[in-house]
Design a protein around this ligand. Structure first.
Ligand SMILES: Nc1nc2c([nH]c(=O)n2[C@H]2C[C@H](O)[C@@H](COP(=O)(O)OP(=O)(O)OP(=O)(O)O)O2)c(=O)[nH]1
Ligand SMILES: [Mg+2]
Length: 157
């Protein structure tokens, strides 16, 4: 019998620290997120408002996908509600996803890139927003689930 592990040089020690617990039986929550990228290559981050979980951390705009909704529709709805801009599904490019166990739920979060929208970003929920250069992203503390996404964005942009 051939052991597949003979065919590659990696060991378990080469894997990053686990951010998932397959045994925990957590419910999966689907959240759609967007990296809006402006003409200078800066990315829009929004601060999670006081009163919400992880308040004060900076995140990609977006939110929970509701029952019967697809992620793109959730994003169109969320950026209208939160930022007062209009995006079209055609301008949403699937980029990567986060899969991360928090204490009470497992987050599955596709991240879409978008370089074209209508209107000016105008925060509707009192949240602070910031256009951030890729090199400056590490100055903004983000939820732990976002770490690998930021690394991928840095490589991509
Ligand atoms: N939008 C967004 N959520 C993130 C990111 N990273 C991350 O761990 N999350 C988590 C935080 C929350 O647990 C969840 C998003 O839920 P939320 O409460 O903000 O959802 P929502 O915008 O629909 O808000 P609400 O109507 O439920 O108040 O995903 C991210 O970069 N962007
Ligand atoms: Mg939200």
């Amino acid at each position: 019998m051939i052991d597949a592990s003979d065919n590659h040089p990696y060991t378990d020690e080469d894997c990053p620290p686990p951010n998932v617990d397959p045994e925990a039986g957590l419910p999966t929550v689907l959240v759609a997120a967007i990296a809006l990228i402006d003409i200078d290559g800066r990315v829009l981050l929004a601060e999670r408002p006081a009163g919400k979980s992880m308040a004060g951390l900076w995140e990609f705009p977006g939110g929970k996908v509701e029952t019967g909704e697809i992620p793109e529709a959730a994003l169109i709805r969320e950026v209208r509600e939160e930022l007062a801009i209009d995006i079209s599904a055609a301008c949403l490019a699937p980029f990567a996803f986060a899969s991360h166990s928090y204490e009470k739920f497992h987050l599955l979060m596709p991240l879409f890139l978008c370089r074209k929208w209508h209107g000016l970003v105008d925060p509707q929920e009192g949240q602070r927003v910031k256009w951030v250069r890729i090199s400056g992203l590490s100055d903004y503390p983000m939820p732990p689930a976002d770490e690998p996404l930021v690394a991928m964005l840095r490589d991509f942009l």
